[in-house]
Design a protein around this ligand. Sequence first.
Ligand code: FES
Length: 122
Amino acid sequence: MNSCAGTCLRYTVTIQDTNETFEVNETQTILDGMAALGRKGIPSGCHGGGCGICKIKVLDGEYQSLPMSRKHITPEDEADKIVLACRIRPCSAIVLQVIGVMKKSVLRRGYTLGAPVEIQHS
Ligand code: FES
């Protein structure tokens, strides 16, 4: 929910894996912004830090963390900037990598914003 009535700072978030970018304001979580992309493959779990489906690694940028389940994010994970997208809010531009279930889901369809991309077969 946006509580700053259009005066919020907005930050660009980049999903490095797909080169997608979106904007998130300071009162939204990263998962809110990902969901607003409106494409298939963005998992929608509990949005409360409990299910662990939205795990990401922040490669660059500052963020504020909300409480998240130790079942899914250890203190070591947090030190490595592995967090739950539904439990962080941006304080700067963010570059992230999707990991775990989130990675499988986001990359499964092999396209970015509905545009086909080449899938490498090994
Ligand atoms: S959606 Fe459940 S932990 Fe993020």
